[in-house]
Design a protein around this ligand. Sequence first.
Ligand code: SF4
Ligand code: SF4
Length: 85
Amino acid sequence: MSDEFPLASPKKGSAGLTGYWRVIRPVIDFSKCTRCRLCILYCVENTIDQENNLYPRIDYDYCKGCGVCAQVCPTKAINMIPEVK
Ligand code: SF4
Ligand code: SF4
């Protein structure tokens, strides 16, 4: 996780990996992503990291599927897709 902001990193809790709760999953369309970092800043679970190429990477072990990242993305590069379980 990024160490530029004083945010806690997600950790496995007594309920297990919080990503198991998810019913919809954010999927990034990298052809629309401008690497603006807003999704990283706004992710309520701090589960989005930045790869070496500066594109965002979502940690699905902890993403709860809240959709905040999709809402704040200025280019609508993040689509919320139903989980297939
Ligand atoms: S908010 Fe959208 S455009 Fe910005 S880094 Fe995230 S996915 Fe890319
Ligand atoms: S759906 Fe919510 S928890 Fe998952 S990456 Fe987006 S903002 Fe973070």
